[in-house]
Design a protein around this ligand. Structure first.
Ligand code: AVJ
Ligand code: FE
Length: 372
């Protein structure tokens, strides 16, 4: 007999799939198979990978059954088959990949009926995985200039009100990370108390208009605003504005948050304003600070100054390759969520990460400052 939990997981799985299918509906098989950008997988690789992940975690690990397509396991494993080679491999194409999605889903629902959801964690993880790949696919659509890669104009647009305002948060201790109950990714735990010195944080993310000023004020030419690594990157690739701008500037409104900037650019911009990027502890303290809420935390991912690392007492779960293999100096943490992030994935505890030169991600900047 289906319990309420089972029924709600079934509904959530159905909705996640409807969103995935709607995202790719406008495209021909050829468009789905093409490598749209060297940094990204063909869209139909993402589709097959979504199915393979669901089969692995729900049917095989949770249900104890054989994989439906064990022969495809390596090909759809992000580590065995890195993005750079995904254009050349014999992944499923055309209607085969949609049939694979359907067949795995049927097996997953049968497992749910037979075994129940367990503590629900693997189902919650698989749901979020599909949603996260929707955002990855939107990054591909953005880079390719295809529909679905840019936000819709916002009806509740407030004209950028409050840009330039700072919120001051006094020195204090707070619990960083997700509580022990409910779903969270391994890297959000354990929750632990940290002391955060007083700081200021901008009420809103930096807008396109402010970034335009930065460009016009020689932002990309003033050596003193850039880190050594950032300057070398900018010179090598001749970067003069955010990804996706034309010679006339941004495609979206002036007061919309600037998007598709690298960590290097975010860091230089902050220095040019006499400010800095927030640490992730500052970001989470501000995002959970009830006295004065941050605005626009769901518009762009926000770069922080923090490297991606495990919290004290970190335990990898359910697999090392979700987070642990990325820990260290190479990656920077982004917080918040973007317009392309499903509600399910949005959380003040969620930690995203990417390399400092990356601009495919829907990333912008929120400034911070010391309290002097
Ligand atoms: C958390 C967004 C960095 O896309 O690499 C997807 C999410 N993990 N499949 C990524 C993820 C495995 C991950 N990010
Ligand atoms: Fe994945």
């Amino acid at each position: 007999m289906a319990t309420a939990v089972t029924a709600s997981l079934e509904g959530a799985l159905r909705e996640a799939r409807q969103r995935t299918l709607a995202l790719v509906a406008p495209f021909s098989d050829a468009e789905l198979e093409r490598v749209q950008h060297p940094l990204m997988s063909p869209l139909c690789w993402d589709l097959g990978h979504i199915a393979a992940y669901e089969d692995l975690w729900l049917v095989h690990r949770h249900g104890g059954e054989e994989l439906l397509r064990g022969d495809l396991a390596d090909l759809y494993d992000a580590f065995e088959t890195p993005r750079a080679v995904r254009g050349e491999i014999p992944f499923l194409r055309g209607r085969e990949v949609f049939a694979y999605l359907d067949a795995v889903r049927e097996r997953a629902l049968a497992v749910l009926e037979r075994h129940g959801p367990g503590d629900g964690t693997l189902f919650e993880m698989v749901l979020r995985h599909e949603a996260q790949h929707n955002e990855t696919m939107r990054q591909t659509l953005f880079l390719a200039g295809l529909p679905g890669g840019r936000p819709e104009p916002r009806p509740d647009d407030d004209g950028g009100e409050g840009e330039g305002d700072w919120i001051e948060i006094p020195t204090g201790r707070f619990g960083l990370g997700a509580r022990a109950d409910g779903f969270a990714f391994d890297n959000e735990r354990p929750r632990h108390v940290v002391k955060v010195p007083a700081f200021r944080i901008a009420r809103r993310p930096v807008s396109n208009g402010s970034w335009m000023h930065f460009c016009e004020g020689g932002g990309y030419e003033r050596r003193e605003w850039w880190s050594d690594e950032g300057w070398a990157w900018k010179e090598e690739y001749d970067i003069t504005h955010p990804e996706g701008w034309t010679a006339d500037g941004p495609a979206e409104d002036d007061h919309a948050p600037v998007t598709h900037v690298s960590w290097f650019e975010a860091d230089a911009f902050a220095r040019a304003q006499g400010a800095r990027l927030p640490t992730e502890a500052e970001w989470e303290r501000a995002a959970t600070w009830t006295q004065e809420p941050l605005r626009e935390t769901n518009a762009v991912w926000e770069w922080t100054s923090s490297h991606f690392d495990g919290y004290p007492g970190f335990v990898a779960y359910p697999y090392r390759e979700y987070s642990e293999v990325f820990f260290g100096e190479a990656y920077r943490v982004l917080r918040g969520a973007s317009w392309a992030t499903e509600a399910l994935v949005r959380s003040p505890h969620f930690r995203n990460w990417d390399l400092p030169q990356r601009r495919q991600i829907f990333a912008g900047v929120r400034l911070a400052k010391d309290v002097s």
